[in-house]
Write a protein that binds this ligand. Structure first.
Ligand SMILES: [Ca+2]
Ligand SMILES: [Ca+2]
Ligand SMILES: [Ca+2]
Ligand SMILES: [Ca+2]
Length: 248
């Protein structure tokens, strides 16, 4: 414990009764009448005892501001005014604007010197989509000020076709069911290798071979795609045996 706390403070009121008692004793001993100095002067008005100290000169009006000092008269922030009452107390500060959270509204609400910081700048150019699907607009503040929105129109959507472009603007080129694909076609190769189906590849419809060349089997087809039907052909069983020997 702090030893100073144990020492009596000479200025504490406890010292007063002792002084008073001594002076009374001296006065009684001297046969004199001692007046208590506390009863000097006119009687006190009980209402005036607890009045706060005067803050101002009554009836004066002055500017006032309760926000951080460096924000007054910056951005949307401005000082208000207060007036001095007859009992020398300042009234509430009225009409002041102190910092609030920044919203998208074209004003510097938080009074840091930057309008709409943390939002895209209203009126600046903005884009939606990529490539042929891109459209242009400008950033606009949402009505509730919570965000900036790009007012670019939606991209012009077309049915997807095989052309190397993202026609329907879903972010993928030549995807989905494309017109003209999945149809039987001729690869212009001999034998069974002529069979193909149309597919979209590299932005173009192509006839992609459906059957690979195989061992020539005696079946009335040109299985090995050499342009001759059943030349040196094998029976189905022989062909199967040969395939097994080859390991496939
Ligand atoms: Ca700001
Ligand atoms: Ca703002
Ligand atoms: Ca396309
Ligand atoms: Ca054949």
């Amino acid at each position: 414990m702090d030893s100073r706390a144990l020492r009596p403070n000479p200025r504490t009121p406890r010292a007063a009764p002792l002084t008073l008692l001594l002076s009374l004793l001296v006065g009684v001993a001297a046969g004199a009448c001692v007046e208590n100095p506390a009863f000097d002067g006119p009687p006190l008005d009980p209402d005036s005892i607890n009045l706060p100290p005067a803050e101002c000169k009554p009836e004066t009006v002055e500017p006032c501001y309760e926000g951080p000092e460096d924000t007054v008269n910056r951005g949307a922030c401005k000082a208000g005014s207060h007036s001095c009452s007859v009992d020398a107390q300042w009234s509430e500060c009225t009409r002041q604007v102190t910092p609030v959270a920044e919203t998208c509204n074209g004003l510097d609400d938080d009074c840091d010197g930057i309008v709409d910081n943390n939002f895209e700048r209203e009126g600046a150019k903005c884009f939606i989509g990529k490539g042929a699907c891109q459209t242009t607009g400008t950033w606009r503040c949402a009505e509730d000020g919570s965000e900036a929105l790009c007012d670019a129109p939606p991209p012009p959507r077309q049915p997807e076709t095989c052309n190397g472009l993202d026609d329907d603007c879903d972010g993928q080129i030549d995807n989905g069911a494309l017109a003209g694909t999945g149809q039987a076609c001729d690869t212009r190769k001999p034998g069974v290798c002529a069979q193909g189906t149309t597919q979209c590849a590299g932005g173009q419809l192509r006839c992609v071979q459906s059957r690979k060349s195989d061992i020539e089997v005696c079946n009335g087809l040109d299985d090995d795609c050499d342009g001759q039907v059943d030349n040196q052909c094998l029976s189905v069983a022989e062909a199967a045996k040969l395939k097994a020997q080859r390991g496939h």
